[in-house]
Design a protein around this ligand. Structure first.
Ligand code: SF4
Length: 64
């Protein structure tokens, strides 16, 4: 899987980091860094949570 973020939609809420801190990091300024763009399958549940709960629907998963 590969994580894709729409930077125009992301508003730095940090929900993704709360759901999957191994994959997402959001700075105090609200800038999102994807720590792992192709996370291991074990992380799929938390990544799916992050995608589902992102308030601006900025995240999606693409399958390799
Ligand atoms: S939860 Fe969504 S809007 Fe918030 S930082 Fe993550 S991707 Fe951006």
């Amino acid at each position: 899987m590969r994580i894709v973020v729409d930077r125009d939609l992301c508003q730095g809420h940090g929900v993704c980091e709360s759901e999957a801190p191994a994959v997402f990091s959001v700075s105090k300024q609200g800038v999102l860094t994807i720590l792992d763009e192709s996370p291991a399958e074990e992380l799929r549940p938390v990544v799916e949570q992050a995608v589902a709960f992102c308030p601006t629907s900025a995240l999606r998963i693409e399958e390799d």
